[in-house]
Design a protein around this ligand. Structure first.
Ligand code: AMP
Length: 300
């Protein structure tokens, strides 16, 4: 099945306790599409500036990722600068230069409009709605957001929620959206806003999926070394949606396996800066870690 992602393509400057890298490939659509391309055909809608290195485009194309919907505008590419402390938790944002991303108006190419699976990455909820108006009857729509939109465009975001099947948020976004401190209670409130399922990404504490069918939890893989957590959330989403689209999965049981694949791919992402680790990932490594993952909470 074809999977569409609409999001950011960025040049990130990242500092972690293990190093600093300038202007490396980032952005939700880059991370998401590379992760999802391990399982299915992915097409991207995003915007870059004149300065966006051709080698990044070539990398995405070499993975079979469809880039007809990526436009190159006059001006500079979106840049984000973040710094992580020793706990490698939420980063401090040092700079956000929207540049060409400020005027991003997603236009879905005709050849993408029949995508069966759609991921609305973290962009203005009004733009997320405009994407939904351009696609033809997708089977599964999933959506991400951030605290900025929860605070500044709550009504537009609630309208989006009415039209999505699956919401993916972190702990603080879930609490902020629902306005209650308990994650389980907050999850119930979010589901009442429209989505059939909610996945709460909890960093090193794993991911929780809530739906009418119950609650499922997958741990994070206990890595010896984490170098850069950037992109963990987007590659989790890419692994989840890629697996679901690749196997045409729409049910809770199938979603459980997709949650584990999302967690497996996110665990590779954080082993190096940018997309380095996932862009060189071998299928055999993926299978091996998937099996190790299942052993983590097996009782016999
Ligand atoms: P995450 O998976 O949450 O770590 O997302 C990481 C990516 O989000 C980085 O590569 C950034 O380029 C991108 N990003 C940071 N801030 C924004 C923003 N305001 N809008 C869209 N993308 C962003």
């Amino acid at each position: 099945m074809k999977l569409l992602v609409v999001g950011s393509m960025a040049l990130d400057t990242i500092e972690t306790p293990f190093g600093k890298e300038n202007n490396i490939l980032g952005g939700s659509a880059s991370y998401f599409s590379l992760a999802a391309s391990l399982f299915t055909d992915v097409c991207v809608v995003a915007v870059v500036g004149r300065d966006f290195p051709e080698e990044h485009i070539e990398l995405l194309k070499s993975k079979g990722i469809e880039l007809e919907g990526v436009t190159r505008e006059e001006g500079e590419t979106f840049r984000w600068e973040g710094k992580y402390g020793y706990d490698l938790g939420d980063p401090e944002t040092l700079a956000t230069d929207l540049n060409v991303f400020e005027n991003f108006k997603p236009v879905i190419p005709d050849s993408y409009r029949n995508s069966e699976y759609v991921f609305l990455a973290n962009i203005d909820p009004e733009l997320q709605l405009s994407v939904l108006n351009q696609v033809e009857n997708p089977k599964l729509v999933a959506c991400d957001t951030m605290n900025f939109w929860i605070e500044n465009k709550p009504e537009e975001l609630k309208e989006v929620l009415k039209h999505v099947d699956l919401m993916m948020l972190n702990d603080s976004e879930t609490r902020a959206l629902a306005g209650v401190p308990s994650i389980t209670q907050a999850a119930r409130e979010v589901l009442a806003m429209g989505p059939k399922a909610l996945i709460v990404k909890r960093g090193e504490y794993g991911a929780l999926m809530f739906s009418e069918e119950g609650i499922f939890w997958a741990p994070s893989y206990p890595l010896e070394e984490v170098v850069d957590p950037t992109g963990a959330g987007d590659t989790f989403a890419g692994g989840f949606m890629g697996y679901a689209a690749g196997h045409d999965i729409l049910d809770h049981t199938g979603f459980k396996t997709a949650v584990v694949y999302g967690s497996v791919i996110a665990s590779f992402t954080v082993e190096n800066f940018s997309v380095r680790r996932i862009s060189e990932l071998e299928a055999s490594e993926l299978d091996k870690r998937f099996t190790a993952f299942l052993q983590l909470s097996k009782l016999d």
